[in-house]
Ligand binder design. Sequence first.
Ligand SMILES: [Zn+2]
Length: 293
Amino acid sequence: MLSQYKFWTSLSFRIYNVNEMPELPDVETIKNELSPHVTGHQFTEVEVFQEGAVQELSAQEFSRRLVGQTIGDIGRRGKYMLFRLSGKETLIIHLRMTGVLLLEPSPRPYKHTTAIFRLDGGVNVHFIDQRKLGWLWLVDDESAVTGKLGPEPLEPSFTTATLHNIVNKRNIPIKALLLDQHAIAGIGNMYTDEALFYARIHPLKRANTLSNKEIKLLHEGIMEVLKRGIRNKGASVDTYRLPNGQRGRAQTEFNVAHRRRERCFVCGSPIEWVKIAGRGTCFCPSCQHNDTM
Ligand SMILES: [Zn+2]
């Protein structure tokens, strides 16, 4: 395999200020793509270059405890990747803003390498993170890290009634609520904008003013845009890449996200931009009319 790193790093610097964090479809894709390469493999060496990334343990203790353990399977909870290990511990990785996990032939670190996980059979997983915001944990109990997350939107238990209960209680803009990981896990800025467009809901509309019909459409929209994102292997508008260095394609099917000032595919109006809960939000002002304002 040829190194994709040079290509990746030059591109990511060019679009550095886009600032989109990997979301559920992106993390799910990394999990799916990484799994066949690492499942059943044993850690032979773990080198941490960015010690602040390791939560609660020292970097030395983290590495020492990982070496010798075998990866049983990889799970996901929200935007957290869960590597379940033979020693009953779980390695948890959160990519935050710019983290990527690349399968790289090189055993040596690159400029922004946070950690290298070397596995038996010559497999090297590089955790590369330009902004150095990513998190690593090694825990006995996953719920100590992921316990407070809201429901998983692609689980069968996430029904229209679940969403109804979540939105009903909150008098905040629906966009802000959907970004709250304690309300629903895994959805972030891009897929929220897409789900709200699907349901034709204005992002500033108060959550507790949504009609039953809007809640039903939003539920449908959340599942649809997340599944479409996974089918397209995530959205590479920023630094997100697959473990082989390739780009995801979800951004090519976005209706509003990252389409500021472009024409709405449905009505032709220019897509508008507004900041909500600190995040740049794109929506169509005529398709997503706010009847509560
Ligand atoms: Zn429109």
